[in-house]
Write a protein that binds this ligand. Structure first.
Ligand code: DPP
Ligand code: ZN
Length: 872
C-alpha cells in the first residue's frame, strides 16, 4: 500500500512561478490550456525529470517555450505527466487537456452542479483540471481566462480581481481574473453559470473599499442576506480582534448544491455548500442561522490563516484548520454568549472527536503518515486542533497569545509553513519553551485526568492529588506526559470562592494548575474549611476528568460554581453517574434522582441564568457519552432504556412547571435570529422535547406545536421530538412536512435526517424505501449524508441492532456510493468507529459487515483506507 510519510518531506526540484490558464468551457468537454512558468530550484540537477500530478486528463498538446515536445520527451499515465529532461533554466511548459465536468461525480476538480460549472480543489483536486505540482508548498500567481456561452454562463468568476471581460462571436463571452497573491493550487477556484446575486460593500479599517457579492441560483437571492450580514461582521471582527484586514478589491461567495465539504476558502472566491448560505425563517432553524454565520466567518478567516499563510504539506492541515476553528469559535463567542458557545463546542468535541480518539481511527492533530489525505479532514484535525490552540491561549494569556499571533503573521506571511513554525512564534514572543506542549500535536488519544482530594481540619491543609494517563492508540503504544492546564477554584461551604495561604507540590497559578508530570501532589495551606474543588473550568483542556466528588458535591457545584461551564458540567455528571449505575444493574439511588430533579427545577426557575444556558442544562448526557464512559461491552439498547427511564424520573415530576414555563416562553415577536430570541426558542423547544418523553401529553403538545409553528425552528423541533421518539403522530407529521416543503432540497434534508433517527424498529425498512425511490438524488452529498450519515452517526440503537441489519445496510450503501463519490462513502463508513467497544454479539455483527465490505475488490483508496484502519 502506498503510504506517505511526513519524514519523507522534500521540496519539489522545480518551482512554479506563475500560471496562465485558459478555460474553454462547454457542455460535455472543457479544454484547459495551461502555461506554467517553471524554474529549477537551487541545487536541482540539470535536466532532472519534472513530475507533475494529473488525473482523468486527456492530454492534447504539450510544448516547452512554444516548441511541441516529441513523444519520447514526456510520459503520461493515470497519475500524472513526467517531462523527462526539462531545460535547466526558467521555461514555460504549455499543455492542453480536455476534461468532462459533467461526468465528474467525485465532485473534485471541475464539475457541474445544477448546470453550474464549479471547482473544488482542496486537497488534491487541481490535478483533475490540469497537470501540476499539486501540493501546498508550490506557490504561484494565477491568471485565468475563461470563455463560455453567454447564455449558459453569463457569470464567469475566478480568484482575485477581474481585469477584463467582453463578448466574442457565436454567443460566447470571456472574462480574465488575476490573483496577485501567490497561492497553492488547492486554493484555485472557478465558477461559470447562470446565477443570481446580491451585492454589498465593506470598507476596511485602512479605507480600502471591497466589493462583496454572493452568487446563487436565481430566486434564492433573498435567502443570502444573512450570509452577507455575517460576512461583514466577520471582516470587522478580524480587524478588531486580530488586526487582520482583507487584501483584495473583491470578495465573492458562490452557493452550489452539490458539494463534498461544507465550504471552501479559495482566495477571493469562496465556494459554499448552499445549505451553509441560504436562510429564511420559514425554512431555516436558529441552528442553521448560527451555522451559516460560523462557516461564513471560518472561510473568511482562512484568508489569513490558510491563504496568506498556508501549509507546507498536508500533514500540517491543522495549522490552518485548528487555528481557524479556534478563530471562528472566538468570533461566535464575541458575537453571542461565550459560556453557551463553550458548552456547545465541548458537546461537539465530545460527540464527534472523543469517539474518534478512543477508537480505531484515532490519529494525532498532526499525523505523520496517511494513505488518503481526504480521510484526515476530521474532528481531530479541526475540533481538537482548535482545543490545542485554545490551550495555548489559556497558558499564555490573551495578550501573550495575541503577541504570538502578531509575530506569526509578520514572520510567515506569504509562506507555506509548519506546526513547528507556529509554536516557535509563541515561544519567541513570550520567551517560553513549548517543547512539551507539542505533544498535543504529535500524539493521539484523550488523556484521562484523575483527581482526588483530602482535607485536614486540624492543620487547615487541603491536598489535591492529580495524575494523567493516556491509553495507547493505533501505532502509538507509548504516551508522553502532556502539559495540561487545569483551570480551577475552591468553593467554601457557603458557596463563595475560597483562598489559600501557600501551595506546594505543583505549578499553581492563581486560577490554574499546570500539570506537566505524570502526577502531582499539591498541598494548600491555610484553607479554613473543607472546600469543594471546581476543576477544569471552562473545559480548559480536552481531557476526560475523573474525580472523587460525590453526587452531593456535584449538586453543590451546580448551584454555586461561578464558572458557568462547570455548573452545566456538574449537572451532567450527576446524570451520567446515575445512567451508568442503572446500566450496570445497580439499584437506583433514589435520593440522587430526587436531588437531580430538584436541581433541574431550580435551574429552570433561576432568573439569573439565560435561556440558552438553561436549554443546555435541562438535559442528560447523550447515549454515546454514556457508552464511552462504560468503555467496553457496550449495549446501546440498554443505555437507551436507562437514559429514557432517568429522563422520566427526573423530569416527570416537573411537567407542570415545565408546561407553565413553556407557555410563558411563547412569543409573538417577528422572527429574528438574535441571541435573545434564539435562546428563548431553544429553552422552549427543550422543554417540549422533555415533555414528549416525560409526560403522557407530550406527544400531543409536539403535534400541536408542529401545526401552529410560524418558523422552522419551532416546527422542526416538534418534528424531531415526535419523529425520534416515533410517537403516534410521527408518520403523519413527516408526511405533512414532506408536502408542505415539497421542492425545497434543504428542507428535504431535514426530513431525511428525522426519518433516519427514529428510534423504532421500523426505521431501517423505511430508510430503504426512501433510498430505493428512483427519484432519490443518489449523487448529492447533502441528501446521502442526511439520510445514511444521520442513521450511522445519530441512531445508535438501530445502527447497532444486535441482528446486524443496521451494519449491513450501511456497508452495502458504502459499497454502492463508493463507485461514484468515494469521499461521501468513506465519511459514512466512519460511523463504525465505535464497533470495538460494543458487546460481543453486536461487535461480531459489525465485524462481519466490515469484512464482507472488504471482499469488494474495487473499493476506492478513501474507503479501503478507512476500512483497513477500522479492522486494525
Ligand atoms: N478547507 C475547508 C474548510 O475547512 C474544507 N475544505 O474550511
Ligand atoms: Zn477550514
Amino acid at each position: 500500500e502506498h503510504t506517505i510519510y511526513l519524514k519523507d518531506y522534500a521540496p519539489t526540484p522545480y518551482r512554479i512561478v506563475s500560471v496562465d490558464l485558459d478555460f474553454k468551457i462547454a457542455p460535455d468537454t472543457t479544454r484547459v490550456r495551461a502555461q506554467l512558468t517553471i524554474e529549477p530550484r537551487e541545487g536541482t540537477e540539470p535536466g532532472a525529470p519534472l513530475a507533475l500530478d494529473g488525473e482523468e486528463l486527456k492530454l492534447e498538446e504539450i510544448a516547452i517555450d512554444g516548441a511541441p515536445l516529441v513523444l519520447s520527451a514526456y510520459a503520461a499515465d493515470a497519475t500524472g505527466l513526467t517531462v523527462i529532461a526539462p531545460p535547466a533554466r526558467r521555461f514555460v511548459l504549455e499543455t492542453l487537456v480536455s476534461i468532462t465536468p459533467e461526468t465528474n461525480t467525485k465532485l473534485m476538480g471541475l464539475y457541474r452542479s445544477s448546470d453550474v460549472w464549479c471547482t473544488q480543489c482542496e486537497p488534491e483536486g487541481f490535478r483533475r483540471i490540469t497537470y501540476y505540482l499539486d501540493r501546498p508548498d508550490v506557490l504561484a500567481t494565477f491568471k485565468v481566462r475563461m470563455t463560455a456561452d453567454e447564455t449558459l454562463a453569463p457569470v464567469l468568476l475566478a480568484n482575485g480581481n477581474l481585469v477584463a471581460r467582453g463578448s466574442l462571436d457565436n454567443g460566447q463571452h470571456f472574462a480574465v481574473w488575476e490573483d496577485p497573491f501567490p497561492k497553492p493550487a488547492y486554493l484555485f477556484a472557478l465558477v461559470a453559470g447562470d446565477l443570481g446575486s446580491i451585492t454589498d460593500t465593506y470598507t476596511t479599517g485602512s479605507g480600502r473599499k471591497v466589493d462583496l457579492a454572493i452568487y446563487c441560483a436565481h430566486g434564492k437571492e433573498e435567502q443570502c442576506a444573512w450570509a452577507m450580514d455575517s460576512l461583514k461582521r466577520s471582516m470587522a471582527w478580524d480587524e478588531k480582534r486580530f488586526g487582520r484586514e482583507y487584501d483584495l478589491d473583491v470578495f465573492n461567495i458562490v452557493a452550489v448544491s452539490d458539494f463534498n465539504f461544507g465550504a471552501m476558502e479559495n482566495k477571493g472566491l469562496n465556494i459554499f455548500n448552499d445549505r451553509l448560505v441560504f436562510a429564511k425563517p420559514e425554512t431555516a432553524t436558529d441552528a442553521d442561522y448560527e451555522n451559516i454565520e460560523r462557516v461564513i466567518a471560518h472561510e473568511y478567516f482562512h484568508n489569513w490563516t490558510g491563504n496568506r499563510i498556508t501549509c507546507r504539506d498536508w500533514f500540517q492541515l491543522c495549522l490552518k484548520e485548528g487555528l481557524t476553528v479556534y478563530r471562528d469559535q472566538e468570533f461566535t463567542s464575541d458575537e453571542r454568549s461565550r459560556s453557551v458557545k463553550r458548552i456547545s463546542d465541548v458537546l461537539t468535541l465530545r460527540s464527534a472527536q472523543f469517539p474518534e480518539d478512543a477508537g480505531p481511527l484515532a490519529h494525532p492533530p498532526r499525523p505523520d503518515q496517511y494513505r488518503e489525505i481526504n480521510n484526515f479532514y476530521t474532528p481531530t484535525v479541526y475540533e481538537k486542533g482548535a482545543e490545542v490552540v485554545r490551550m495555548l491561549a489559556t497558558l499564555l494569556g490573551e495578550a501573550g497569545f495575541r503577541k504570538g499571533m502578531d509575530l506569526y503573521f509578520e514572520r510567515h506571511d506569504g509562506e507555506a509553513t509548519t506546526i513547528e513554525a507556529f509554536l516557535k512564534v509563541f515561544e519567541d514572543a513570550n520567551e517560553v519553551d513549548l517543547g512539551q506542549f507539542k505533544t498535543w500535536y504529535l500524539e493521539a488519544g484523550t488523556p484521562k485526568v484523575t483527581v482526588s482530594d483530602t482535607y485536614d481540619a486540624e492543620s487547615q491543609t487541603y491536598r489535591l492529588s492529580i495524575n494523567q494517563e493516556t491509553a495507547p492508540t493505533p501505532g502509538q503504544p507509548e504516551k508522553a506526559d502532556r502539559v495540561i492546564p487545569v483551570a480551577f477554584g475552591l468553593i467554601g461551604p457557603n458557596g463563595s470562592p475560597m483562598g489559600w495561604k501557600g501551595v506546594s507540590g505543583g505549578e499553581v497559578r492563581e486560577d490554574m494548575i499546570v500539570l506537566r508530570d505524570k502526577s502531582a501532589e499539591m498541598t494548600f495551606t491555610g484553607v479554613a474549611s473543607k472546600p469543594v474543588p471546581s476543576l477544569l473550568r471552562g473545559f480548559s483542556a480536552p481531557v476526560n476528568l475523573a474525580t472523587n466528588l460525590t453526587q452531593n458535591d456535584r449538586l453543590f457545584l451546580a448551584q454555586h460554581d461561578s464558572d458557568p461551564f462547570n455548573r452545566w458540567q456538574a449537572l451532567q455528571d450527576v446524570g451520567l453517574a446515575l445512567i451508568v449505575d442503572a446500566v450496570a444493574g445497580n439499584e437506583a439511588d433514589e435520593a440522587a434522582i430526587l436531588a437531580l430533579s430538584a436541581a433541574m427545577s431550580d435551574t429552570l426557575a433561576n432568573n439569573s441564568l439565560d435561556d440558552a444556558f438553561k436549554a443546555l442544562a435541562l438535559n442528560l448526557p447523550d447515549e454515546q457519552l454514556v457508552g464511552r464512559t462504560i468503555g467496553k461491552d457496550v449495549d446501546p439498547a440498554a443505555i437507551h432504556t436507562a437514559r429514557k427511564a432517568l429522563l422520566k424520573a427526573v423530569f416527570g415530576p416537573l411537567v407542570d412547571r415545565m408546561y407553565t414555563a413553556y407557555a410563558t416562553l411563547a412569543s409573538e415577536a417577528p422572527y429574528a435570529p438574535t441571541t435573545e430570541q434564539t435562546g428563548r426558542r431553544a429553552l422552549r423547544n427543550r422543554l417540549m422535547a422533555l415533555m414528549v418523553t416525560a409526560s403522557p401529553n407530550g406527544p400531543a403538545l409536539a403535534a400541536d406545536q408542529y401545526r401552529h409553528a410560524t418558523n422552522m425552528t419551532d416546527r422542526f423541533a416538534a418534528l424531531v421530538a415526535a419523529g425520534v421518539a416515533w410517537t403516534a403522530d410521527a408518520a403523519a407529521l413527516l408526511a405533512d412536512f414532506r408536502l408542505r416543503f415539497a421542492g425545497d432540497p434543504l428542507v428535504f434534508d431535514k426530513w431525511l435526517a428525522v426519518n433516519a433517527r427514529a428510534e423504532d424498529e421500523g426505521v431501517l425498512s423505511r430508510i430503504e424505501i426512501i433510498l430505493d425511490d428512483p427519484a432519490f438524488p443518489k449523487n448529492n452529498p447533502n441528501r446521502l449524508r442526511s439520510l445514511v450519515g444521520s442513521f450511522a452517526m445519530g441512531n445508535p440503537v438501530q445502527f447497532t441492532r444486535a441482528d446486524g441489519a443496521g451494519f449491513r445496510f450501511v456497508t452495502q450503501f458504502v459499497a454502492d456510493v463508493d463507485t461514484r463519490n468515494p469521499q461521501v462513502a468513506a465519511r459514512v463508513l466512519t460511523g463504525f468507529r465505535i464497533w470495538p467497544m460494543l458487546e460481543a454479539t453486536r461487535r461480531e455483527a459489525a465485524r462481519e459487515a466490515l469484512v464482507t465490505l472488504k471482499e469488494n475488490e474495487n473499493l476506492s483508496r478513501n474507503t479501503s483506507d478507512i476500512l483497513a484502519r477500522m479492522l486494525g
